[in-house]
Design a protein around this ligand. Structure first.
Ligand code: MTE
Length: 319
């Protein structure tokens, strides 16, 4: 297999983010000088599915101690290699004519009823959307707190009905090199794919996001729908999903296929297992100011809810 070396993913976190943050803060100063606010920028951004708004916060999935990251930071500091490897590129490049409305998702493989469904119809069929506030932890050792709008993944899978022999769920991002410069360059193997065990996917925390802060999710964050599995590293949270396939065999994600030693199938946040090239013991809080570091929590703070999924597994080995 041809292994391409991604440009900034492969660098230690300290070397990467300082530069990106530098550009980010310069851009912020520039926009501030022009009097452009996050709201004005939001209006300029292309949007995905609009069904279901406004949403209500579901208090069962909100810890009042969490301080949500600013909307501007969530939507301008992104990893979306289809639109470039720089953190500030997706906001620009994913909003230059790439269409995320209308958008159809196929659910196929080991299911009773294979379906193809438009996202706004999907939102109606799963009973609407709600807001949940989750921690978000990238494998690069930075973190945010994000108010997502969307619905529980289990409700979507129920529409198709997984068969008894389905053990895994494989997700596919769109493949459209004409719209996505990163796909034209081939900076990764495309389409981007990811997978979960079926019981992980059915867990009540596993979520499909169609919004952020009560607004349709911007293109750069994975419009019109993306996966959010808050106890796993961010790369599992695949964006702009076009296909979901139920399988008997464990799927291999894009990053795992490229470098299995560094990006495992499980990718559960674990402060005691370092990335081969940097520590995972602590994380840089985006928007937390200089010195805004905090200790990383086991399963990203969701250990009570999810530890039982991994009972009997050596979490040092299956990372
Ligand atoms: N999904 C696709 N299709 N392409 C990507 O490059 N990057 C992943 C994940 N999902 C990625 C993706 C990584 S590495 C992270 S950390 C998160 O998306 C970033 O999500 P955010 O930009 O909304 O913070």
């Amino acid at each position: 297999m041809h292994i391409r070396t991604p440009k900034d993913w492969e660098l230690p976190e300290s070397a990467v983010t300082s530069e990106s943050l530098y550009h980010l803060s310069k851009r912020r100063d520039f926009l501030k000088a022009l009097g452009i606010t996050a709201v004005a920028l939001g209006a300029r951004q292309a949007m995905g599915a609009t069904a279901g708004f406004p949403t209500k916060l579901n208090p069962a999935f909100h810890d009042a101690a969490l301080k949500p990251t600013a909307y501007d930071a969530i939507t301008s500091y992104n990893n979306f290699y289809e639109f470039g490897t720089g953190k500030d590129e997706p906001r620009e490049l994913a909003n230059r004519g790439w269409k995320t409305d209308p958008w159809t998702v196929e659910i196929s493989g080991l299911v009773d009823t294979p379906i193809k469904i438009e996202v706004n119809d999907m939102i109606g069929k799963v009973g609407g959307i709600e807001q949940r506030v989750y921690r978000f932890r990238c494998v690069e050792a930075w973190s945010m707190v994000i108010p997502w709008d969307g619905f529980q993944l289990s409700k979507l899978l129920a529409l198709a009905g997984p068969k008894a022999d389905a053990k895994f769920v494989k997700f596919y991002t769109f493949n459209d090199p004409k719209s996505a410069p990163g796909q034209r360059e081939g900076n990764l193997e495309y389409p981007y794919v990811e997978g979960l065990r079926l019981d992980e996917a059915m867990h009540e925390l596993s979520f499909i996001a169609t919004g952020i802060y009560g607004k349709p999710i911007p293109n750069q964050n994975g419009a019109p729908l993306r996966l959010v599995v808050p106890w796993k590293y961010g790369f599992k949270n695949i964006k702009s999903i076009v296909k979901i396939e139920l399988t008997a065999k464990q799927p291999r994600g894009t990053w795992e296929a490229m470098q299995a030693r560094e990006y495992g199938f499980y990718a559960n946040v674990n402060p005691t297992v370092d990335h081969p090239r940097w520590s995972q013991a602590s994380e840089r809080v985006i928007g937390g100011g200089l010195g805004g570091r905090q200790r990383t929590l086991m399963f990203n703070g969701y250990d009570k809810q999810v530890a039982s999924l991994y009972a009997g597994m050596d979490l040092k080995k299956f990372y």
